[in-house]
Design a protein around this ligand. Structure first.
Ligand code: PBG
Length: 337
């Protein structure tokens, strides 16, 4: 910065470049486009087309046929991909989460229906047992502890049925050790070498997932339980880099940081360190906060949601999972962006 010595105020005026819209546009470093958006959606076995989630205003549990329609709207707006989450009927939940490996389960049927109607829309499926277990944990419980290797075996089976149903991206969200490598090997040996893996590499044991657990109904199953023996401690940053390194070594094509805004430092560190496709999940609790304040008139919803997404881009994210994807895509379209 030596060349700037003696060039401080009043010669340098940072406000010059901010003065007009045209120069602000020219200076702009980060940008949100529809290509950055992944839309998480919930699907339920029901005749009711849609059911709003109380703690997530504007977000719905869709029937399969309504989901197909909604997916079409998203595709027409240019949203590249959907992440589909199943709301499993309580009668199908078991301690082992066996329904997860049923090739004809709700998520597989939803994937098939959406793929058939919209073959060019990317479909991402979570791999974790929590929607399917009677205890609401992401893996198999033995003496109150979520066991690793046995859970991974089940996650592999879950991945295979989802891939066979036509899912493009398998997204392990369970934080079991060795899951990415095990899933990669299984996909490859079953002719699914084109199926990508987006690992929730740095997933924290966060209280921001509350509304999601209401949405899929796992909160009741989980009771007072938490996921701290497998999800990461919110205090740790270096550990996230180690998790990402391991998942990449095991064959992850893309990695994710979750939650989003409170973990922006992690997004930045991951992108800076590894230079790989890095995604961020603006989780249910983040959505609920902004949306709730917006609905009460305490915040300008449209502006805060756009600002939050821009901040993810500035931090280095290549894409964002957000429940507001469709609304944001509409806003971008209306603004001619
Ligand atoms: C399941 C899963 C969760 C989320 C995505 N996949 C919940 C959890 O880990 O308890 C959270 C998403 C959100 O809060 O929006 N493993």
């Amino acid at each position: 910065m030596a060349e700037h010595q003696g060039g401080a105020f009043p010669r340098i005026r940072m406000r010059r470049n901010r003065r007009d819209d045209w120069s602000r546009r020219l200076m702009r470093e980060a940008r949100v486009t529809v290509d950055d958006l992944i839309w998480p959606v919930f699907v339920k076995e029901t005749d009711v087309a849609e059911e709003e989630i109380a703690s997530m205003p504007g977000v719905f549990r869709y029937s399969i046929s309504r989901l197909v329609e909604a997916a079409g709207e998203a595709a027409a707006l240019g949203i590249p991909a959907l992440a589909i989450f199943p709301v499993i009927d309580p009668s199908l939940k078991t301690p082992g989460g066996d329904e997860a490996a049923n090739p004809n389960n709700l998520i597989c049927r939803a994937v098939k229906a959406v793929k058939k109607a919209h073959p060019d829309l990317g479909i991402i499926c979570d791999v974790a047992l929590d929607p399917f277990t009677s205890h609401g944990q992401d893996g198999i419980l033995r003496d109150g502890y979520v066991v690793n290797d046995e859970s991974v075996e089940m996650l592999v089976k879950q991945s295979l049925v989802q891939a066979a149903a036509g899912c493009d991206v398998i997204a392990p969200s369970d934080m079991m050790d060795g899951r990415v490598g095990a899933i990669r090997d299984a996909l490859d040996s079953h002719g699914h070498e084109a199926v990508r893996i987006l690992s929730y590499a740095a997933k924290y044991a966060s209280a921001y997932y509350g509304p999601f657990r209401d949405a899929v109904g796992s909160a009741t199953n989980l009771g007072g339980g938490d996921k701290r023996t497998y999800q990461m401690d919110p205090a740790n940053g270096d550990e996230a880099l180690r998790e990402v390194a391991l998942d990449l070594q095991e064959g992850a094509d893309m990695v994710m940081v979750k939650p989003g805004l409170p973990y922006l430092d992690i997004v930045h560190r991951v992108k800076t360190e590894f230079r790989v496709p890095t995604y961020v999940y603006q989780v249910s609790g983040e959505y609920a906060m902004l949306r709730g304040a917006g609905d009460r008139g305490w915040l300008d919803w449209e502006r805060v949601i756009m600002e939050s997404l821009l901040c993810f881009k500035r931090a280095g994210a290549d894409g964002i999972l957000t429940y507001a994807a469709v609304e944001v895509a509409r806003m971008l379209k209306d603004s001619g962006a």
